[in-house]
Design a protein around this ligand. Structure first.
Ligand SMILES: Nc1ncnc2c1ncn2[C@@H]1O[C@H](COP(=O)(O)OP(=O)(O)O)[C@@H](O)[C@H]1O
Ligand SMILES: [Mg+2]
Length: 217
């Protein structure tokens, strides 16, 4: 379980805090959508929950362990092994093929050979079979995003965080991505938190969180 306690976030040059005392519990296996107007702090909150950014005040607790008590090396371990990220802009490496992109997190963890079979299974699950040796530039936008999702899942992370993963996709490809999330949540028990502006996609979650002016509604 991830527990967020009284999170406040201020940026230099911003007089008003972006997040104002957020409390949140995310149970293992949860499937949560995070909605809110542009600028309401969704990305900031997601980055803090996912260890990519630090709160100004407050606690982030993973399975009763406060992130404040983690050594830097333990944070890397947590990130590399238990956390997957999907961004609106997928940040695939153009000079690596699809399968090499997927295996990048495994390379960092020195588990390429161990993960290769699962990477091929992911290729099939996300509908990229036969395209594993293509470069990102040879794939459509929807295919690139599915590739980014496969990369985020190759370590079989306990948690998947996604910041507007369907933001740049048409509705058909957006639905494919959301169905994939649902499948991983149901079949692998992956805890998933995603930001979306789409009302229908938000409604697919088990729980919907609405951020209004830095406060959860
Ligand atoms: N690194 C930063 N420095 C200063 N202000 C920031 C920074 N990141 C985000 N902000 C500000 O924080 C607010 C919330 O941003 P963000 O979390 O990206 O909102 P959302 O994802 O909901 O659109 C915005 O007003 C944004 O300008
Ligand atoms: Mg955002």
């Amino acid at each position: 379980m991830i527990e967020i306690k009284n999170i406040t976030k201020r940026f230099p040059n911003t007089p008003v805090p972006v997040l104002k005392g957020i409390d949140l519990k995310i149970e293992d296996g949860d499937f949560v959508s995070l909605v809110g107007k542009s600028g309401s702090g969704k990305s900031t909150l997601l980055y803090i929950i996912s260890t990519l950014d630090h709160p100004t005040e407050g606690e982030v607790i993973y399975d009763s362990q406060n992130l404040k008590d983690f050594e830097q090396e333990e944070i890397y371990q947590l990130r590399n092994h238990n956390i997957g990220f999907v961004f609106q802009f997928h940040y695939l490496l153009a000079e690596l093929t699809a399968i090499e992109n997927i295996l990048l997190p495994a390379r960092k963890a020195k588990e390429v050979e161990k993960r290769r079979g699962f990477a091929m299974e992911l290729i099939r699950i996300v509908g990229l079979e036969g395209k594993e040796h293509r470069f990102p530039g040879e794939l459509s936008g929807g295919e690139q995003q599915r590739l980014a999702i496969a990369r985020a899942l190759v370590m079989e992370p306990k948690y998947l965080f996604a910041d507007e993963p369907t933001g740049n996709l048409d509705s058909v490809n957006g639905k494919i991505i959301m169905d994939l999330f649902k499948k991983f949540n149901e079949e692998k028990g992956t805890t998933i938190i995603y930001v979306t502006h789409d009302i229908d996609f938000a409604a697919m979650a088990r729980r919907r969180i609405n951020l209004v002016d830095g406060v959860l509604e």
